[in-house]
Design a binder for this molecule. Sequence first.
Ligand code: F6P
Length: 326
Amino acid sequence: MAEKKIKRVGVLTSGGDAPGMNAAIRAVVRSGLYYGLRIFGIQRGYEGLLDGEIAEMNNHSVSNIISRGGTILLTARSKEFATEEGVKRGKAMTEIFKLDALVVIGGDGSFRGARDLHRIGVPVIGIPATIDNDIGCSDYTIGYDTAMNTVKEAIDRIKDTAYSHERCSVVEVMGRNAGYIALHCGIAGGAEACIIPEKQFDLKEDIIKPILSCRNAGKHHYIIINAEGVGGTMEIAEKIHEITGISTTTTILGHQQRGGSPTVRDRVAASLFGVKAAELLANGISGRIIAMKGEKVVDYDIEEALKMEKNIEDSLIETSKILSLY
Ligand code: F6P
């Protein structure tokens, strides 16, 4: 959709931080300047937009940040912006700072805010960034690979000690509504079972049986991955111990999964997404969400993008089960 000439662009990060957000900010600023735009950094996501915490950025403002986790612009989950009144106030602030468009780097919730702004006439572009990889329109989201590598390292360490003590370790990983981290890291970490929000599980059938069949085949250490969205990690561990008599530990990996220097994959994805955002705006195009389809960077209409869904394939679940056979 071609719109009015865009010259002044605000950029913000919103929702849970994700490694690679800085690389995306850097790409928006550097390519934006290259295409003749002026870029303004908005602090604390939509909270900072509502408060007018907005300052112009230049090439130097983003120097030496590509390797840093977190976000130099800070982030927040704004309650006020989830209201109609908040969105109107946000639009008013873009007018005060004469911002012609916004680039929103974040997840689904952040994109809903961007869509609401777009509906009342603020041109926006969304860049998918969340460690959960749960944005329907995109095969990949910034931060996912770094988070998975952090989880993989933790599982490897936990496995060493589980092996030595002949224990079962239940590891809780992030993923509020999505089991991507759990399933992929379960495969990468050689887990006996993965519990994910997308699939109902039966404790005896899906957890106890695989553990006992591994034990009867001579194995004496077991890793069970549980996604945060399923919950009940402690209870699952207690039940395993109660039913099998196997010594069981729990580890909740928590927010370490959100930090750390981004991997090459995240730095490159963030850089490509950021450049695409600036290119679209420089061509007067907005109301789009940038996405990855296979290895290609594409963009979708924001209304359509928010209706898209993606699901974990049953074959992937099956694969993880096959590979856990001992
Ligand atoms: O959306 C990413 C995520 O890390 C989820 O996996 C997790 O449920 C949530 O954010 C935690 O958010 P907060 O840091 O606000 O507690």
